[in-house]
Design a protein around this ligand. Structure first.
Ligand code: MSP
Length: 512
């Protein structure tokens, strides 16, 4: 299956009101895994992440810490950046909405839309949730009258504001979503977006895109009225083009439109406001919006800092290892649905698959080869090779298909089919018995299985990049294809080597 020539992958830009937790880490790691996949498969990739630094929420968080908004955003933004660096996230750029390059683009786009007549001044009254940084409708509140995501009561606010003519664009956005079934995926979020558009059309309201400076100064000043700053969402969404240097930078021409990744909490701004803004500014729409569910922490509720049930990605990495965390996140979550997180779930998943199936296969096979041959002999073909190649044919087709649908859980499952076959072959052929009778098929069997194991690691490389490094330091082999379609795509010369340490020793609550 081919990959697109160009791929522009983005994460949401995260609020800097708290340090990164596992929820943010999931989206970022997933995007990194997919960026790696597309790079290996030959696409020209640009991967963007960053931080969203304006708004009430940030001002409140800063004052709580006794810091100015600037000091505070510098600090938390750097925490995000260093967390991603520690986790070896290979982003191509990190955008901050307080940077001049971003502010410039926000003002430019506002001016374009204003001059077109799609922005006007009016009175407004509504229920504002600072957590969401947007007005909520009565319908969205829970039975206690609270925001369902933040469990706080929204504030009733009355003020003059600038409005973007959202209503004018809603039918066009709806039409685009209807005519392009892949624009928003999975389907349930496409349907949710269409439902939300209907609702907005019924309400008949436009989108407030400013805040009076009298109430909030921490924002980007409107280019046509210095007594207002820009509403955070209007500011934040534009990061996806400001980072590329819209309108005339080479990166913008080369990479726009984007493939956006978000969780369902921010579906509405991305599925509705953003396309409407792009239409108004006459910018081509993004390529695709992929929406995932929540990681549920303690109490089976959305993991979040404010609810106190968020897991720390760096602590987890120290405990489990970076690749194990990556593997877990990609394997456990079925893209689009919620997934539960607990230490027990992590340990079970990692032991049954990463340790027992994958790590053990490698360790076991290589140990036997070294025991029976004293070195790693050149690969020799065994009878099972044909069967293995046939499995590989199916596996690779499904692997690429599922990867390109963000179903990383299923892509890994494909690889597990191969490791399953290889582990079973060991049980069936019993190399230790073959050794006793000096069976000449012993080494061909083991080298074939070993070659199959390396093929599995090649397919797992976007998920286990550090393990891949370790592997290539241990054994020098040549790969004719990045994602081998046949065992013969992997070759090595005879080499002397030591028995390696296990890649994934058993995970336990205590010693990790
Ligand atoms: N700043 C806005 C986004 C602007 S994008 C133009 C924002 N920031 S956020 O810090 O709240 O990040 C929300 C995103 O973090 C989610 O969409 C998701 O990518 C990730 N997650 C945060 N908590 C999460 C879970 N519990 N589970 C899964 N993802 C989570 O919204």
């Amino acid at each position: 299956m081919s990959v697109p020539k160009k791929k522009y992958i983005t994460t949401p830009i995260y609020y800097v009101n708290a340090k990164p937790h596992l929820g943010h880490t999931y989206t970022t790691m997933l995007c990194d895994t997919l960026a790696k996949y597309y790079r290996f498969a030959g696409s020209d990739v640009f991967f963007l992440t960053g931080t969203d630094e304006h708004g009430d929420k940030i001002v409140k968080a800063a004052s709580k810490e006794g810091k100015t908004p600037q000091e505070y955003t510098d600090f938390i933004s750097s925490l995000f950046r260093t967390t991603w660096d520690t986790l070896h996230i290979e982003y191509d750029d990190f955008i901050r909405t307080t940077e001049d390059r971003h502010k410039k683009v926000v003002r430019q786009v506002l001016q374009i839309i204003y001059e077109k007549g799609d922005i006007y001044l009016a009175d407004y009254e509504g229920l504002y949730c600072t957590g969401c940084e947007r007005y909520l409708t009565e319908k969205e509140l829970n039975e206690k009258g609270e925001c369902p995501d933040h469990l706080t009561k929204p504030e009733l606010i009355q003020e003059k504001n600038y409005f973007f003519k959202l209503q004018k664009y809603l039918p066009k956005v709806k039409k685009h979503i209807e005519e392009n079934p892949d624009f928003i995926s999975p389907d349930r979020y496409r349907n949710e977006a269409l439902g939300a558009i209907e609702e907005l059309i019924k309400q008949g309201e436009d989108l407030s895109i400013s805040r009076p400076k009298a109430r909030l100064t921490w924002g980007i000043e409107l280019p046509f009225d210095s007594s207002f700053v820009t509403y955070v969402w209007f500011d934040a969404l534009l990061n996806y083009i400001s980072a590329l240097g819209y309108p005339d930078n080479e990166l913008y021409t080369r990479f726009w439109p984007a493939h956006h990744f978000i969780a369902k909490d921010i579906l509405k701004p991305h599925a509705i406001f953003w396309p409407a803004m792009l239409m108004a500014a006459e910018i081509p729409l993004y390529e695709k919006l992929s929406v995932h569910g929540y990681w549920l922490g303690w109490g089976d509720i959305k993991m979040s800092k404010s609810l106190g049930n968020a897991a720390d990605p760096l602590e987890l990495t120290n405990k489990l290892g970076e690749d194990a965390l990556r593997y877990f996140l990609a394997r456990e979550m079925r893209f689009g649905s919620d997934a539960k997180f607990s230490e027990e779930i992590v340990i079970t998943r990692l032991n049954t698959e990463l340790s027992n199936e994958i790590g053990n296969l490698f360790q076991r096979t290589l140990s036997m080869i070294l025991k029976y041959a004293n070195h790693l002999p050149k690969p020799q073909s065994h009878d099972i090779e044909q069967k293995l190649n046939a499995i590989l044919q199916e596996v690779q087709t499904e692997y690429h298909k599922t990867m390109q649908k963000e179903r990383t859980d299923l892509a890994i499952e494909q690889v597990l089919k191969v490791t399953g076959f290889l582990n079973k072959a060991i049980e069936e052929y019993k190399p230790w018995e073959m050794a006793k009778t000096n069976d000449e098929n012993l080494l061909p069997l083991l080298t074939t299985i070993f070659r199959g194991t390396l093929v599995c690691f090649a397919y797992l490389r976007p998920f286990l990049p550090n393990t891949w490094e370790k592997l290539t330091n241990l054994i020098s082999f040549v790969q004719k294809e990045v994602f081998p379609k046949e065992l013969s795509a992997i070759e090595w010369d005879t080499q002397n080597m030591e028995k390696p340490k296990p890649f994934f020793p058993r995970f336990t609550n205590e010693n990790h």
